[in-house]
Every structure is written in C-alpha cells, then in structure tokens.
Design a protein around this ligand. Structure first.
Ligand code: SF4
Length: 164
C-alpha cells in the first residue's frame, strides 16, 4: 500500500503515468517554470492570513477560521485543472475528518480572482476511496503506464522524461 498524498490524488485525475513516477520518487524537473510559478504563488499569496500545518503525510494551509469554522485553502495558478484540485482539497478534508476535525475547503485562483468552496459529503468520500484503490493499483505496476499526449504535458515537470 502506498502512502497516499494530496499530490498523488491530484495527479491520478490528470495522468496515471505521473502518479506512478511521483510515487516511485522520480523527481520532476524543479526548474520547470510552471513549478516555480506555483511555488511563488504559494509563498506570496494570502500570506497574511495563512498558516501552514502538517500532519502524517499532509501539509495544508489553514487560511481562515470564521465563526468557529476551519477552512482549508488551496491556492492554484489556474482553474484549468479544477477537478484535480477539487479532489486534492477533498483529500485534505478527508484526512482531517479521520483525525476528528470537520473542515470546509476553499479553492483559490488568485490570478482569476475566483474562489470555489469544496465540501466533503458522502459521495465525495466514496469517490476518494475509489481513487485510493486506483492509485494503489497504478503504483503497484512494475513499470509506469506509457505516456499519452494530453494538454497538461506542456506544463508537466516530467515533460522531458516522457517526450525527450
Ligand atoms: S508529460 Fe504528460 S504523459 Fe508525461 S507524466 Fe506529464 S502529463 Fe503524464
């Protein structure tokens, strides 16, 4: 059984090959501009009301606590991969719930001035549990799934690895 992370959940929805590569500690190109932009956005946006906390294999940003609510924020550069980001954030809510904490989620797209609430309901929990099984199946393969050209490839840190 692989240790499931938010990044694996996110990648599973985008590209199973990426999931396999990440889970096998094959490190993407850290100089890729898209990765650098993501890092800067994460460091600079919402820094005033953000607190990073980590537990188990999860690192999350608590951005606000209104009226007793705990809200977990996830900052993304663009909403193009919105569904994967939604699942990643749902995974964090799931992990919190397992630890006895009910939280709400908020996806933030600062460049688009958009935000999207995410709530963990039973359908979403089942969807995640289905994804966990899928991730374990993919990661247990002895070789990665073959590359398949998708729109995301041009922004992927494994681009050189897959398409050199
Ligand atoms: S470059 Fe494309 S095929 Fe390769 S891991 Fe990234 S998204 Fe998947």
């Amino acid at each position: 059984m692989v240790a499931i992370t938010g990044t694996l959940v996110q990648s599973y929805n985008i590209c199973k090959r990426q999931t396999w590569l990440m889970a096998h500690q094959i490190v993407p190109d850290q100089d890729h501009p898209y990765i650098e932009i993501g890092r800067l956005l994460d460091e600079e946006t919402y820094s005033r009301d953000k607190k990073k906390i980590s537990f188990e294999n999860v690192v999350i940003d608590i951005i606000r606590s209104d009226e007793g609510d705990i809200v977990v924020g996830e900052v993304k550069k663009s909403s193009k991969a919105q569904e994967s980001a939604r699942l990643q954030l749902a995974f964090y809510l799931y992990k919190l719930k397992q630890n006895g904490i009910d939280a709400k989620g908020l996806l933030l797209f600062p460049e688009e001035r958009r935000r999207m609430p995410v709530e963990l309901d039973s359908d979403l929990e089942q969807e995640l549990e289905h994804i966990f099984k899928g991730i374990n199946l993919v990661v247990s393969m002895s070789v990665p799934p073959p590359p398949q050209k998708i729109g995301y490839c041009k922004n992927c840190g494994y681009r050189e690895f897959c398409w050199a």
